[in-house]
Design a protein around this ligand. Structure first.
Ligand code: PAF
Length: 280
């Protein structure tokens, strides 16, 4: 496995691979890799000849009161995990490589990113789409793999790809969960034992709602009421949003359309912000 830090070197390497007709798969990450990321890398390895994993804690997607400087960083451990999961190249640029002095261009998707996360984190997706567009232009991958746990992020990126005519295929990989149901996330490491226990209410609420749909309940308000009740029983959990939305547009839906609707939840567990969702 090769580690690359310079944009020029990464671009040249990718050009060489393309000239040999290699299918390039990109897995964009911010590091602090856990099993969820490794499953994305494995998925990319199944579909591509060469897997590039980018590790870049992207400052533009953090709001002013968010945890950019505190975001966990452990490049050595990440490199080991990438190699074990089947990555061929790790692209780990500095902030100055991606955003050189005087950088002033941003990519903004203006519809799919507005509700849910967009309400409490209004500049977040602008940072995500900007850095993902930059990575796509440097690596020019044939496919890129993202986790379904960040369902709105996937929807925003798909829309950007469609609108800006990128030719990359966006592949979505299923959410990995701990045995009790907690969705894997780099932020889980901030949870104390008690907080972890209470956070299980999020996946429990999603499972319960999915069960209701399987029994024929399609009214979003009823699903939301039950899920809200489950979350409300936990002292440390405060709901940020809970909504039944269209999986492509993120628009709220009054009725579930099986296979097309998502129940999305964001909640504070004390000071740790968690998100999760389930396809209904
Ligand atoms: O999901 C993430 O880790 C980030 O939002 C991404 C896609 C790597 C962009 O920085």
């Amino acid at each position: 496995m090769q580690k690359v830090t310079s944009v020029t070197e990464m671009r040249t390497l990718a050009e060489e691979l393309r000239s040999k007709d290699q299918i390039i798969g990109l897995v964009p990450t911010m590091g602090a890799l856990h099993e969820g990321h490794l499953s994305l890398i494995r998925q990319a390895a199944e579909q591509a000849d060469t897997v590039v994993v980018s590790i870049f804690v992207n400052p533009t997607q953090f709001g002013p009161s968010e945890d950019f400087s505190k975001y966990p960083r452990d490049l050595e451990a990440d490199l080991k995990r990438c190699e074990e999961a089947g990555a061929d190249i790790v692209f780990a640029p500095t902030v100055e490589e991606i955003y050189p002095k005087g950088y002033s261009t941003f990519v903004t998707e203006e519809f799919v990113g507005k509700p849910l996360e967009g309400v409490s984190r209004p500049t977040h997706f602008r940072g995500v789409t900007t850095v993902v567009a930059i990575l796509f232009n440097i690596v020019r991958p044939d496919l890129a793999v993202f986790g379904q746990k960040d369902a709105q992020q996937v929807a925003v990126i798909r829309k950007m790809v469609q609108d800006l005519q990128f030719t990359v295929d966006i592949v979505t990989a299923p959410t990995l969960r701990e045995t009790e149901g907690l969705a894997l996330s780099s932020r889980n490491r901030y949870l104390s034992n008690n907080q972890r226990l209470e956070s299980l209410a999020i996946s429990e609420a999603l499972r319960y709602a999915k069960g209701m749909v399987e029994k024929g309940e399609l009214r979003s308000d009823r699903l939301i009421a039950e899920a809200t009740h489950i979350l409300g029983e936990k002292r440390r959990v405060r709901i940020i949003y809970i909504s039944v939305v269209d999986r492509t547009t993120m628009e709220a839906m009054r009725e579930v359309v099986p296979g097309q609707s998502l129940l999305a939840i964001a909640a504070w567990v004390d000071e740790v912000r968690l998100i999760d969702n389930v396809l209904l």
